[in-house]
Design a protein around this ligand. Sequence first.
Ligand SMILES: Nc1ncnc2c1ncn2[C@@H]1O[C@H](COP(=O)(O)OP(=O)(O)OP(=O)(O)O)[C@@H](O)[C@H]1O
Ligand SMILES: [Mg+2]
Length: 511
Amino acid sequence: MLSITDLNLQYGSKYIFRDVSVQIHTGDRVGLAGVNGSGKSTLLRIMCGEQDVDPGIVNRAAWFTVAYLPQEVSVDLGDRSLYAEAESAFDEVIARQEELERVSEDLALFDAGDPAIEGLLVRQGDLQHLLEGSDIFRIRPQVERVLFGLGFCAADLDREVRSFSGGWIMRLLLAKLLLKRPALLLLDEPTNHLDLDSLTWLEEFLLGYQGSMVIISHDRAFLDRVTSTTWELSLGRLSVFRGNYSHYLVEKAQRLELERAAYDNQQAMIRQSERFITRFRAKSTKAKQVQSRVKQLDKLERLELSETDRTIRFTFPPAAPSGRDVLHLDKVGKQYQGRTVFDDVTFSLQRGDKLAVVGVNGAGKTTLLKILAGMVEAEGTIKLGHNVILSYFGQHQAQELAGDLTIVDTVYHTAVDMTITQVRSLLGAFLFSGDEVEKQVRVLSGGEKSWVALAKMLVRPANLMLLDEPTNHLDMSSQEILQEAMAQYEGTIIVVSHNRFFVNSFVNKVL
Ligand SMILES: Nc1ncnc2c1ncn2[C@@H]1O[C@H](COP(=O)(O)OP(=O)(O)OP(=O)(O)O)[C@@H](O)[C@H]1O
Ligand SMILES: [Mg+2]
């Protein structure tokens, strides 16, 4: 239905794709795995035609419609209501329905045998195929089902789209996509902005979905439930594994083990032959055997171990310690346009406390962190302790980093008492080496942007760190490294995270 043939792409010295060929068939449910920066989002953009490649590389049937949810959005949706915006998902279907009616009327005008008929018949067939399964006579119930499933409520329907937060805009885009019922759904980290209820609803929806899908997610449980095939991107190569994510991990381990065993065997054989050759080279009675061993070695196809993806490494450097009392909040509250987000928040933290802030979407977690970081005004009193130095990691790095700066400039501007050479070597630990540090932040992958934001925290040591959903775009190994760094950290931490597994290992308090 959709095929990619011999796709190649290279940025600087980094191969993103080397001779990648792959197909999607009707009903395929694919999980796309790979470390941060391996090319997952790029592959989806190429599949949906948003990123150009040479003609002939991507082929798909005319009726095979594709819809794509990007990893990050910065859209201006204007002043339409939520309902109107969601309903516009049907614009295309309605236009097709109208075209189908016109084509049918035109067909009636021609005599059988007229050469014009053939083109019209083909178009009629395509349109019928495209319209299969869509129901334009019951639009409202469909729109409401999807919006409510994704967590919107009845009162939201008439609200202007621009009054919603970024996380909710993502949900709206997801809703529109699901309503279009394309033959192929391409979803790039759809669960990042969902709470548990909406996540469960999305799982159910996707399980009942008739079309094909390719999904990128760092949420293993979600992938396991929804997908049945796994594609892995690693160092420019795409490998296909039958089975869901957990199955892929097992099979990959087995493949690596087999490869290792075959490699070890061959190495042992080579060493043995070489010893034989050195030992008997001078002996004329063994000349023939030596010759044959030499030939055998020459002809041997040498096995190589696959390279493995590199991982980031870092720890948070210690800052001069703060006083014992770090933070005291008394009756802190926040209202937006008369709506109370929270009130009467009162708590204290002491040096070394690690606090997780949890709650449903819209509970005000991000707002609370921004208030503490001094970015948003609030009622009540907030007292910072003696010598507290604070740093902040925001939820949306795409918006918080300046896209036109290079990586090295971004980090160097924040750094205190560091040379550019020291900054470069620090960036090496985040896998930006050589020329790569001169890349503009705009082109970076979601995870790479998070790495840059983390690097910024390292070059200006703090003793109170505020982090808002730091694991959102991170791959598994980066999450582990961050988890370890947060556990080792001697200062105080306030972290917003919906990732229970992640926070469990280091927090001592929960708000
Ligand atoms: N225009 C560009 N110029 C240079 N490098 C680019 C450009 N566009 C993308 N890249 C690089 O291509 C690589 C793949 O990016 P992509 O966004 O596809 O990764 P990803 O697998 O989706 O990662 P993540 O899990 O972090 O979202 C990254 O290293 C990125 O920096
Ligand atoms: Mg991506």
